[in-house]
Write a protein that binds this ligand. Sequence first.
Ligand code: PMT
Length: 220
Amino acid sequence: SAPRPLTGAQVLVTAGPTREALDPVRFIGNRSSGKMGYALAQALTELGAQVILVSGPTALPAPSVAHLIEVESAAEMHAAVMARIADCAIFVAAAAVADYRPKQQAPHKLKKHPDTINLQLVPNPDILAEVAARTPAPFTLGFAAETEALETNARAKLERKGLDMIAANLVGGEQGGFDRDDNALLILWRDGQRELPLMSKQLAAREIACILTERYGASA
Ligand code: PMT
């Protein structure tokens, strides 16, 4: 049978979008489908890891991971991650977490009226930065969704947040990224990088899991 180098390692993966409620029926969201994060959770499970998948709302079938925790907002995702991260050796942040949430959540459905509405947004906690700043910190793989200057922006995120690895994808264009079956990624770590050309998210996830296993082993 295939080698299972991550046997015994507990890995926490975030996936999917978050929804930031405006009122009981409306939210601010994004185009993440969860496909990239679910494929990674699957690939890491195949390598023997005990995967805890913390997922925002998706239309995907539940993958065969050790634990699936479903959340809606960034605040809920933050709480779910922080409650479990202490036992994890590896953290993979594939979720598209909202950077902001509405300052107020209306208790009842907002009424339509003829004037312009001003929406006040307040920052959400940065889950990845908080996990990477822990002592001891797990091995951390972050993602970077960029619309330009992929390598420069991703390397800046790697260094600013003190990550072990970052997987950068160009989003908002014709190929790859949000809500597609394929993705092209640039994987960066402190002293190296690998380019993954456009391929299925399943295949890309296996490649990323392989590189991660190698870097994680080298960090021990
Ligand atoms: O879900 P799919 O449709 O398959 O699409 C996959 C994807 C494009 C969503 C995925 O490949 C991806 O890039 N995920 C990260 C998207 C993102 O929010 O990137 P960012 O550059 O804004 O954030 C950088 C990193 O910080 C990410 O690892 C993110 O999970 C993390 N983060 C961001 C904000 C926050 N409040 N908390 C976080 O943990």
